[in-house]
Design a protein around this ligand. Structure first.
Ligand SMILES: [Zn+2]
Length: 199
């Protein structure tokens, strides 16, 4: 097992048969970890993971059940690995932009139609990302992921759908991006910096 706190940001593993993989960490909080085990269920945390959003078990009905009674905002739900495995900060921004939905919307408040849209957006966004990255060498993955983003990491740039300026909400250790015109009815969401100025 290898676990990085403040040390190296990347790990390359080569297996005897010639296969291998690379792991990189981009955020300011370093929490990447790699485990070598015989059964994935031996890894702490894996047993707690939610379903694979591209797997057969993740149906529209299952998604509706996950949201019912969910007390959090939809952005936090999408990036919770215990709800759905594999959607992080970047792809949750992208999915919400495709679904034209505010990241702050209460998950339990979604209508049937909004749930349909969001479910479809999860599938198209992730399948598209997999298709684009599937044939690439590991070293090119990060650049490809970044170039395919519509709003994530694009603060200040033009929304590819409507041309409005992409805005961000900044947290202590991460930020999220969204388009006001597409997602919040034109409303600019407050973040910590803005709240400080207003106080
Ligand atoms: Zn837009």
């Amino acid at each position: 097992m290898y676990k990085s706190q403040e040390g190296p940001l990347a790990l390359r593993v080569r297996l005897v048969e010639g296969g291998g993989f690379e792991v990189t960490e981009a955020g300011t909080r370093k929490q990447v970890a790699v485990y070598v085990v015989r059964d994935p269920q031996e890894v702490p945390g894996v047993a707690r993971l939610g379903p694979d959003p591209l797997g057969d078990g993740f149906t529209r009905e299952a998604f509706g059940r996950m949201l019912a009674g969910e007390g959090r905002q939809i952005k936090g739900v999408l990036r919770d690995q215990g709800v759905l495995a594999g959607i992080g900060n970047a792809y949750s921004d992208e999915i919400l932009h495709v679904a034209r939905m505010s990241p702050f919307k209460a998950a339990a408040s979604l209508s049937e139609e909004e749930t349909d849209l969001l479910y479809a957006a999860i599938g198209t966004t992730l399948r598209d990302a997999v298709a684009r990255s599937g044939a690439l060498e590991p070293g090119k993955l990060k650049a490809e992921k970044k170039s395919g983003m519509r709003v994530h990491g694009r603060t200040g740039e033009a929304c590819p759908v409507c041309g409005d300026r992409v805005r961000e909400v900044v947290y202590r250790d991460r930020s999220m991006q969204y388009c006001p015109t597409c997602q919040t009815g034109g409303k600019v969401l407050a973040d910590r910096r803005m709240s400080r100025l207003l106080n």
